[in-house]
Design a protein around this ligand. Sequence first.
Ligand code: PRX
Length: 651
Amino acid sequence: MTVQIDHALEEIRRFRPSPEFAAQAVAEERLYEEAAADRLGFWADQARSLLTWEKPFTQTLDWTNPPFAKWFADGELNVAVNCLDRHVAAGLGERVAIHWEGEPGDSRSITYAELTDEVKRAANTLEGLGVKQGDRVAIYLPMIPEAVVSMLAVARIGAIHSVVFGGFSADSLASRIDDAEASVVITADGGYRKGRVFPLKPVVDEALEKAEGGTVRNVLVVKRGENEVAWNADRDLWWHESVATASAEHDAQAFDAENPLFILYTSGTTGKPKGILHTSGGYLTQAAFTHKNVFDLHAERDVYWCTADVGWITGHSYVVYGPLANGATQVLYEGTPDTPHPGRWWEIVEKYGVTILYTAPTAIRSFMKLGRQIPHAFNLRTLRLLGSVGEPINPEAWIWYRHVIGGGSIPVVDTWWQTETGAIMISALPGVTDLKPGSAQVAVPGISVDILDDDGNHVEGEGGGLLTITEPWPSMLRGIWGDPERFKETYWEKFGDKYFAGDGARRDEDGDIWLLGRVDDVMNVSGHRLSTAEIESSLVAHPWTAEAAVVGAADETTGQAVVAFVILKASQADQVTDVSAAADELRKHVATQIGAIARPRQVFIVNELPKTRSGKIMRRLLRDLAEGRQVGDTTTLADTSVMTAITAQVQ
Ligand code: PRX
């Protein structure tokens, strides 16, 4: 029913930018025209006007060896200098870069001058530990200023960071450390979440026992949680003893535009996460360009807040690199939205006078459930622009966001992009585009997308097809760490020189793009990407499990939820008398192996799984079941009675 209402309303709801907003907007219609007339010239102009180059580039794009792109390749710059030193040199040293709010209520405001000093100290410390250009540093930190400092310090010395989200397990951390062959890990004793200290250093200790490479020489530890930690004096250093006492003089060297900046692991269709590689000049150009134009940034007066954790790409591009390259003032919050009370976010908006808020639909939907009285207990009138990212935002949530949080008349931008794209690719431009709830709308200037059928033919209209990016873009991934073949195979084999995004999409009669979800076995839970294969292999690694199938089932709050169907080994089945305890044990097992975000909402113990004659599991049928629908066509099953049996067991 809701779907039908949404659909009916889709057709009528359009929101023109208000004349007042349009009059002051950063973005202008002419950006589309300029980019259409000369795409590469357009990006070269952006790179020159938004960034400071130590050595100017003469070549914009080298696409002679697709899919390996080089942008601005003969130019040189230092990413950290672009985010820090140049603002201080321009007289903005006293501007607040970060208003940090700890979950327990402690806070710190850090100016650009202070942040620059801290990054220089950390850069000196890392160099003192022998970290050089190209070396990998793993970062496993809570949302504290040191996370931003660490990333920029690594960037400053031309090394490569690999940030691992603090919610990932020791196993996940170990495999990421091994894959990247990290030589240093930066962590904290612990951080605050839901009113408690969650330990991080002990997870690092465990991960380093599990890591097979033995590549880590040092662990740099920020004191935050004050929890007890074990200490290995040959390896571990406290941040407050090393960074705090290091020199704040550090001459930054300029590096090639294509110098790798970071690796960020994300889930793919197989069990092994992919290390997505991003480089410097092109990445920073597009992060800065989109941050400025999509969020209508007026750096001198805005207070911007992106609620993403730095462990995800949104935190990389829209907490660290985009906002800091643009000299923005932003809020960084350590904890969860509902600690110590459900109005915590809105209290923060009021406290700092936040003007731009960027968050995920899943958060908006959980606030909708709690009701408008919670945000309305606070003064939200400073807000003037709202953004959404991570999954499709249903029109109802879009409207609620605009009305209840935004007061009814401010722009909401729905931004489509991916870890791989590095920066926003599809979004309205506030002040320019008429907004349409539920649609991510149009490619940003300089980006070319198309919707194709399986054979690569352009498709129009309602049916939709596969979203592709038809021209290389500055912040595109440069590869998968250590696996060029997988890079080609995953993204470029399907359509040749066009990038296959893995999302379904359709274009409506106005030319606006609607995202239809993943077309592969990747799930989207609360805006986080999870792979069905990775969770299946975790379940199968449990001694009780014979076979497992995982599906992403629609969930009102989290978008999708993980639902698993598990066959127990015959040898174990007799011992497992309590099915619900067994299911709980398996849910816990996945959380321990991968991380709490991967914990299945439900595990059903079944006797069989639906398979085709060739042995392929028909997840579509399991999804029907998990979503409480009539089970669809079963005629291609090897044994058509299986679904009846499974349905009976599940109920
Ligand atoms: O399916 C799309 C969905 O999230 C996927 C990318 O996930 P990740 O790499 O973790 O990056 C998330 C934050 C950029 C996409 O393939 N997605 C992201 N944004 C949207 C979206 N789906 C619909 N609308 C969006 N605005």
